[in-house]
Design a protein around this ligand. Structure first.
Ligand SMILES: [Zn+2]
Length: 401
C-alpha cells in the first residue's frame, strides 16, 4: 500500500512540479511545520508561493499501517499561508505510526500540482518519554528511573537469547518499546487511536516493529518485565523472519512461541489448565488455529493451552522439526496439514499425545474418549436389535410356562 502510494506520488512529482520546460507552473512549498496533541488536533502549516493564484489546497495523509488515507482541504490566508487542521477524534491515526503526506494544489488556470512527499512521526505526546537506545532496541518510558529503562532493555536481550534457543530468528532490526505505567493508560491510548484492545497488557504491530507494553510499578514489576518484554519481541522477530507470511501462522503457534520466550511465564496457567482438564472444557487445539475466544476466561485458557502445547512440541520434536513446522505454515499449509507434513502426525494425534503427557491422562481414558462417538453410534444401531431380542426371549419364556 505504502509503495503504491509512493509510486503514485512519484508520478505526481514527475508530472506536475517544477518542470518549466513542459510549460507547467513553478511553485515553491516551504518545509511544513507539524504540531499535534495526540488524539486531539493535528495542524500542518506551510507557505506556498505560486506564479498563478491558488484556488484550493488538499492534504493527503497516509498513516503507515492504516487501511485508508485521510484527505482534507487546507485553509488559505493571503499572501501565501496554508494551514491544514485535522480533528483527530474524528480521524484517528494509529499511535506511533509514520505518516507520509502530500499537498495537491489546484491553480486558477485549471492545473493541479502534487507536491513532493513529506513525513512525520505520530507519537503519544501526552507523556514525558525518557529513552535508551542500542543498535537493536529503542526503549521509551515515562514512569521510572534509568534503572527501569535498563531493566526493559536487559529483558529484551534476555528474551532474544531465549527465542534464539527455540527457533532461528534474524538479528533484530530497530525494535521500539513504549512502556506504559498501567494497562488502563495503554488501553486508553489504543482506544483514542481506534486500535483494538481486549484483555491485553501489550500491543504489538509486528510489521513496524513497535511494541506497546504496560508495566505498573509494584512488587510484580520485575516479573512482568521479564514476561511481557520477551513475549512481544517474539511476535516482531517472527514477522522479521517470515515477512507477510507471518499472518499464516496458526494463532496457537504464534502465541505459543511468544509464551515460551517469557523468562517468567504466567503463573496462573498450570492451575487454569488443570481445572479445564478436570472439567473437560479444554479448547480443541484445532479451534485455536485462526482466532482466540474473546471472553476473558477462555481467552486466558487459549493462551495457556497454546503455551503448553508449544512447549510439548518443542520438547518432543526439537529445533529442526519446529523450523519445518513454521516453514510449512508460512508456505500456506492449513493447520492440520502443516503438522502432518512437518511432524508426521495430525494435529489431533499431537493433541492427544500432549494431553496424555501433560495431564497424565491414561491410555485407556484417552482411547475411550477417542472411541466415544463410535460407541454411541454403535449403541444406537444395536439398541433396537437388542430390544427386540430381549422382548423375544421374554415372550418365549412366557410361552414355555
Ligand atoms: Zn502475544
Amino acid at each position: 500500500m505504502r509503495w503504491f502510494f509512493l509510486a503514485l506520488l512519484t508520478i505526481g512529482i514527475c508530472l506536475g512540479i517544477s518542470d518549466p520546460a513542459r510549460g507547467q507552473t513553478e511553485l515553491h512549498i516551504a518545509e511544513p511545520q507539524v504540531t499535534y496533541t495526540f488524539g486531539s488536533t493535528l495542524i500542518i502549516e506551510t507557505e506556498i508561493n505560486s506564479e498563478i493564484p491558488i484556488q484550493k489546497v488538499t492534504v493527503l495523509l497516509q498513516p503507515e499501517g492504516a487501511t485508508q488515507n485521510i484527505a482534507g482541504d487546507a485553509s488559505l490566508s493571503p499572501p501565501n499561508q496554508v494551514i491544514f487542521t485535522l480533528d483527530l477524534t474524528k480521524n484517528p491515526i494509529p499511535v506511533f505510526s509514520h505518516i507520509l503526506f502530500t499537498y495537491q494544489i489546484a491553480l486558477e488556470n485549471g492545473e493541479t500540482i502534487t507536491s513532493e512527499v513529506f513525513e512525520f512521526d505520530y507519537a503519544d505526546n501526552r507523556f514525558p518519554w525518557q529513552s535508551l537506545a542500542t543498535e537493536e532496541f529503542e526503549i521509551y518510558w515515562y514512569d521510572g528511573d534509568t534503572q527501569f529503562g535498563q531493566a526493559i532493555l536487559n529483558a529484551a536481550y534476555e528474551g532474544l537469547a531465549r527465542i534464539s534457543d527455540q527457533i532461528s530468528v534474524p538479528d533484530p532490526e530497530k525494535i521500539t518499546y513504549y512502556v506504559y505505567a498501567s494497562a488502563q493508560e495503554l488501553q486508553s491510548t489504543l482506544q483514542i487511536s481506534s486500535q483494538i484492545s481486549t484483555w491485553i497488557a501489550g500491543h504489538t504491530d509486528p510489521s513496524s516493529g513497535v511494541i506497546l507494553v504496560s508495566i505498573p510499578p509494584g512488587p510484580a514489576q520485575s516479573v512482568e518485565i521479564k514476561r511481557q518484554v520477551p513475549h512481544e519481541l517474539t511476535h516482531v522477530l517472527l514477522y522479521q523472519k517470515l515477512g507477510e507470511d507471518y499472518d499464516k501462522l496458526p494463532n496457537w503457534l504464534n502465541e505459543g512461541l511468544a509464551s515460551t520466550a517469557e523468562v517468567f511465564p504466567n503463573p496462573d496457567y498450570p492451575l487454569l489448565l488443570e481445572r479445564a482438564y478436570e472439567q473437560d472444557i479444554l479448547i480443541p487445539i484445532a479451534d485455536l488455529c485462526r482466532s482466540f475466544p474473546i471472553d476473558a476466561a477462555n481467552f486466558q485458557l487459549a493462551y495457556a493451552e497454546s503455551a503448553s502445547f508449544t512447549w510439548y512440541l518443542l520438547g518432543e520434536f526439537g529445533n529442526p522439526d519446529m523450523e519445518a513446522l513454521i516453514a510449512a505454515y508460512a508456505d500456506g499449509l492449513e493447520c492440520d496439514r502443516g503438522a502432518e507434513v512437518a511432524l508426521g502426525n495430525t494435529l489431533a494425534e499431537l493433541e492427544r499425545d500432549w494431553r496424555r503427557t501433560n495431564f497424565n491422562e491414561s491410555l485407556l481414558r484417552s482411547s475411550v474418549m477417542g472411541a466415544l462417538p463410535w460407541m454411541i453410534v454403535l449403541a444406537a444401531l444395536l439398541l433396537p436389535t437388542l430390544g427386540l431380542y430381549i422382548t423375544d426371549t421374554i415372550r418365549h419364556r412366557q410361552e414355555k410356562r
